[in-house]
Design a protein around this ligand. Structure first.
Ligand code: ATP
Length: 235
């Protein structure tokens, strides 16, 4: 078996004295889409923070493409191919769509390539290229946040609650694009409350509860055995 793009080994993390990650083990195979599901408070966002270098773990390891990146900063992680779309999006509201995208043409990525990638995945952004990002709908802002992440040509895309506050139809549309992005060879870990939608485009699923992974495997199998945990509040 080839080296996973992401491997998390016995990861622990805490806020003060409260342990929130209690020995997380997770592996995302190269080229796969994995859905990480679980109820509120399970520790999913904390896991994203540790993987993306925003929070230090108390123990355990994170490997990216076989390289141990525990404690690495966001620049090093980006260089190794990790890009995160954080919960709640991250666009500059007072800049236009195109200005937001132009900001991403760092590290030698030509602006035209950034724009072409964004507009080919999300033609709607092209129609709205001169609109201020803050005046766009939640779904359109999420498209822009995803485009900004794609600008760095990631090997692994970490999507935290893509569906947050969006109508089901838009969520479906975004996940269709997630499938297209995956088809281009990008590995994806998507953290989701909308279990069914995420599972539709996933190769694997893992369920987190109480700071641990409590189930993982094929999406249909996980959905069947864990439906009470993962369909608790949302479908
Ligand atoms: P949700 O889907 O509701 O965001 P989650 O699975 O992403 O849930 P986390 O946000 O990782 O879970 O939270 C895990 C636990 O850690 C929760 O009990 C939460 O209250 C706690 N927690 C999260 N952030 C902090 C913080 N900054 N300080 C203290 N406790 C926190």
């Amino acid at each position: 078996m080839s080296i996973p793009i992401l491997e998390v080994v016995d990861l622990h993390a805490a806020y003060g004295r409260i342990e929130v990650l209690r020995g997380v083990d997770l592996a995302v195979p190269k080229g796969a889409v994995m859905a990480l599901l679980g109820p509120n408070g399970a520790g999913k966002s904390t896991l994203v923070k540790v993987i993306s270098g925003q929070k230090k773990p108390t123990s355990g390891d994170v490997h990216l493409g076989g390289v141990n990146v525990r404690g690495a900063g966001s620049e090093e992680l980006a260089r190794l191919g990790l890009c995160t779309v954080p919960e709640g999006r991250s666009v500059f509201p007072n800049l236009t769509v195109e200005e937001n995208l132009r900001l991403m043409s760092y590290a030698g990525v030509p602006t035209e390539a950034v724009l072409d990638t964004a507009y080919s995945y999300f033609p709607r952004l092209s129609e709205r290229r001169h609109q201020l990002a803050g005046t766009m709908s939640g779904g359109e802002q999420q498209m822009l946040a995803m485009s900004r992440a794609l600008a760095s040509d990631p090997a692994l895309l970490l999507l935290d609650e893509l569906s947050m506050g969006l109508a089901p139809l838009i969520v479906d549309e975004l996940y269709d694009t997630v499938a297209q992005i995956a088809a281009s060879g990008v590995s994806i870990l998507c953290i989701e409350q909308f279990a069914r939608t995420a599972l539709r485009v996933s190769d694997y699923a893992a369920v987190m509860s109480g700071g641990r992974i409590v189930a993982s495997g094929e999406p249909a199998e996980v959905l069947e055995t864990m439906s009470d945990v993962i369909l608790g509040g949302a479908a």
